[in-house]
Design a protein around this ligand. Structure first.
Ligand SMILES: [Ca+2]
Length: 398
């Protein structure tokens, strides 16, 4: 009896052990199946590809071709990829200067893959008086002034510019991109491989004088090896005016080109240089328009800008489903970032007196999907202290 009991006990133990084992196997299989199911969904797979491969459920993805809160379309401009939008910001630092340079700075926000857009009413005489001025989008940059100390790890630092600068001229005759590696030295215009300029009309000939502008910086993994190898820069205008005060979203390409990461003349391409050197809080994404009336832009009742937004592009997935590039996964996507150091060859001659007196009205930044912000360490704590800082591209030489 004792033996039986012992045997029975042993059997029960074995049975119990087997049950536990089977249970664990079952759980493992179920988990694997879940992973497979998730992996088959591009949006869900992104949740499994957080920083360093860690599981991250923070992204609130929005599919393209939907409208944001102001009616701007979340455009998917790529033929071979699908985009998923993450966080969106609608407030920015108003850096509207007395010298006529109007900058809308989104600070400490997404810089990996992003869209900038808005509608603007430029001066009616600008298209004849200053036809080559631009609406410009500045991606991937940091704050910079001409009196920055090169090699320093503190602001101001002219080597922190490192900006991808796109622009479309008021006369719609030119869409271009330039690199501003060190302020205020711009590269010459980079030859586009896809442009539709010149475009008929001007930015002043829209039906109601509201011109739409949209630009993208998109990190691509063309060969699905987990490393960004191409960056696509795109900019568009909508010259159809507003429809009952809302965007018509008739976006016309003015410049578009896919760059290999290596051919971009900046220190850091996939993410901002300031992030490379440990200062992600200094990231700048900026829309800039020069030659404008400061008082008009400071109007609280009828300012000449509407719907200005920065949008994070969280996922860029191949249409054939072969892979998804997830923004903000440092260990994987940033392997191609270079760590080149540069010593400027001459002193700068920029008008820093203007810059240091410029007032930046720091608004509270709001994200529609703040969970993503926290996941990307995008919390904005620079109110006040950095409110007067200048960023996203300083005065240009031409
Ligand atoms: Ca690749």
């Amino acid at each position: 009896m004792g033996y039986m009991f012992s045997l029975s006990s042993d059997c029960r133990h074995k049975v119990r052990t087997s049950s536990v084992f089977l249970f664990l196997i079952t759980i493992t299989i179920m988990a694997s199946m879940s992973l497979s199911v998730f992996s088959s969904s591009s949006s869900l797979s992104s949740m499994l590809q957080g920083s360093g491969g860690a599981t991250k459920m923070a992204y609130a993805l929005t599919s393209s071709d939907t409208l944001d809160q102001n009616g701007i379309k979340r455009v998917d401009p790529l033929s071979q990829y699908g985009l998923s939008y993450g966080s969106e910001w609608f407030t920015f630092t108003k850096n509207f200067r007395s010298d006529g340079s109007m900058r809308m700075d989104f600070k400490n926000r997404e810089s990996d893959s992003a869209m900038l857009a808005g509608y603007f009413r430029i001066q009616s005489s600008d298209c004849t008086n200053t036809p080559k001025e631009e609406i410009a989008a500045k991606f991937n940059g940091g704050p910079h002034t001409s009196n920055g100390v090169s090699g320093s790890t503190e602001e101001p630092n002219n080597t922190w510019a490192d900006t991808m600068d796109m622009g479309t001229s008021f006369d719609l005759d030119r869409g271009r991109v330039r690199w501003e590696k060190t302020h205020p030295y711009y590269s010459s215009s980079i030859s586009p491989t896809s442009t539709q300029t010149p475009i008929s009309g001007t930015m002043c000939s829209t039906p109601d004088r509201w011109i739409g502008y949209m630009a993208f910086k998109l990190n691509l993994d063309s060969n699905c090896d987990g490393v960004v190898d191409q960056i696509r820069l795109l900019q568009y205008i909508d010259k159809s005016g507003l429809n009952n005060g809302k965007p018509r979203n008739n976006w016309i390409l003015t410049f578009g080109r896919t760059f290999s990461v290596d051919e971009i003349g900046l220190k850091s391409k996939i993410q901002s240089y300031v992030e490379d050197i440990g200062h992600p809080e200094y990231r700048y994404q900026t829309v800039r328009i020069d030659g404008q009336s400061q008082s008009e832009w400071q109007s609280t009742t009828n300012p000449p800008y509407k719907f200005v937004t920065l949008k994070q592009i969280t996922n860029i997935q191949k249409d054939d489903g072969s892979c998804t590039m997830t923004s903000s996964s440092p260990a994987v996507t940033r392997a191609a970032t270079t760590t080149e150091t540069t010593t400027p060859t001459s002193e700068n001659t920029g008008d820093d007196a203007v810059k240091t007196t410029a007032t930046g009205e720091q608004e509270q930044n709001t994200a529609t999907t703040p969970s993503s912000s926290s996941a990307n360490n995008n919390n904005n704590n620079d109110n006040g202290r950095r409110g007067e800082r200048i960023g996203g591209g300083e005065d240009e030489e031409d």
